[in-house]
Every structure is written in structure tokens, then in C-alpha cells.
Design a protein around this ligand. Structure first.
Ligand SMILES: [Zn+2]
Length: 199
């Protein structure tokens, strides 16, 4: 998981502009924006929102291409329990959980650390869980061109837990399958291998 960018890496003009707006929002919800504890909050929040949406500036396919190797291996490769933190595009509130990803190589494998990077890049955008699942699936499928790819995401949504229906223990599961994973036997083998983590 990456860390916050250094102060210098933020575009100061953008940060200043967002800061003014956050200050207005805090004022309008009844906060005293001059209170010591929140004096720097608009600036911090301005940086946080830029960081949390910074995935737009990175190319996940490029990350995969940077670590692809020819390899004569044709069994399932699974990376499970990948931590995931994203923002729902409807409420700009976090949703978070785990991604489980598998692929069956067709002459090319990819450095395993690159798969969580792809998850990070697509997560650092305003998302819905369904599209996030699909984005990751299609990126791996079109870049690595494997015999099959599978993505399962289980996530909790703060917009459901903190507001609205307040279903605090609900977990949303989404999945997508391409190629050999469209066959029931392959898909079931994958689901069995990750099942200890499925709710
Ligand atoms: Zn939401």
C-alpha cells in the first residue's frame, strides 16, 4: 500500500482551491472553521481527496507490462486477500475489503506484486464495486492475455453502515470471470481455494 505523497507533490493551486471549498462545507454544516482542532482540516482534506482519487493519473496496464515474463506455466495463479480501499461514487464514502484474483497464464506470467498495484490504482478513483471488479478483470485480461482470469471482491460500504439502512455487518460480494474460469469446474476450483475467506 502506498503512502501519502509529500506536500511538494501536490499541485498547490489545486490544493488551495479545494481547501476553500472544504472550508465552506464545514462552515455550512455548522462547524467553527477557526476552531484550533480543525484549522488545518480543509487543507488536509484537500490533500486526502486528491490522494484517494489519484488512480486516474496512473496506467494500470503499464504497471503490468513492466513486469511480464515468458514462462511455460499453465496452472492457476491466485493472489488472495488483497486489501482494498476505495470511495463510492454516490456518497464519496469509503468502501473497503478484500480482492481475490486468479489467472491461468498463456505463455506470460506477471510479477505478483503488480496485481495488488492494479487493485490500488483502480481503487483510488470514485468507484462502484461492480465497476471496480470489472476494471481489474478487463485490465488483466487485455494486458496479460491469460487463458482465464477471475476476480472476486468482498467489501463493506460505509454509506450503508454509517447512514441509510445502517446494515453494519453486510458484505457485498462481486465477481467476474473470463476465459477458462467461465467453465464451472475451473471456477469452482478457484472459489474453493479462496473459500476460507468468503463470507
Ligand atoms: Zn455509497
Amino acid at each position: 500500500m502506498g503512502s501519502y505523497k509529500n506536500y511538494e507533490e501536490y499541485d498547490q493551486k489545486v490544493t488551495d482551491s479545494i481547501k476553500v471549498k472544504y472550508s465552506q462545507i464545514l462552515d455550512e454544516v455548522g462547524e467553527d472553521v477557526n476552531r484550533e482542532g480543525i484549522l488545518k482540516t480543509p487543507e488536509r482534506a484537500a490533500k486526502a481527496i486528491q490522494y484517494l482519487t489519484s488512480g486516474h493519473c496512473e496506467d494500470p496496464a503499464e504497471i503490468l507490462r513492466s513486469a511480464m515474463f515468458a514462462e511455460d506455466y499453465h496452472d492457476m495463479v491466485i493472489v488472495k486477500d488483497i486489501e482494498l480501499y476505495s470511495l463510492c461514487e454516490h456518497h464519496i464514502l469509503p468502501f473497503f475489503g478484500k480482492a481475490h484474483i486468479a489467472y491461468i497464464p498463456d505463455g506470460q506470467i506477471v510479477g505478483l506484486s503488480k496485481i495488488p498495484r492494479v487493485v490500488d490504482i483502480f481503487s483510488r478513483r470514485l468507484q462502484v464495486q461492480e465497476r471496480l471488479t470489472h476494471d481489474i478483470l478487463e485490465c488483466i485480461n487485455s494486458t496479460l492475455k491469460p487463458r482465464g482470469v477471475a476476480v472476486v471482491i468482498e467489501a463493506s460500504h460505509m454509506c450503508m453502515m454509517m447512514r441509510g439502512v445502517q446494515k453494519q455487518n453486510s458484505v457485498t460480494t462481486t465477481s467476474g470471470f473470463r476465459g477458462q474460469f467461465e467453465k464451472i469446474e475451473t471456477r469452482e476450483e478457484f472459489l474453493k481455494l479462496i473459500s476460507s475467506n468468503l463470507s
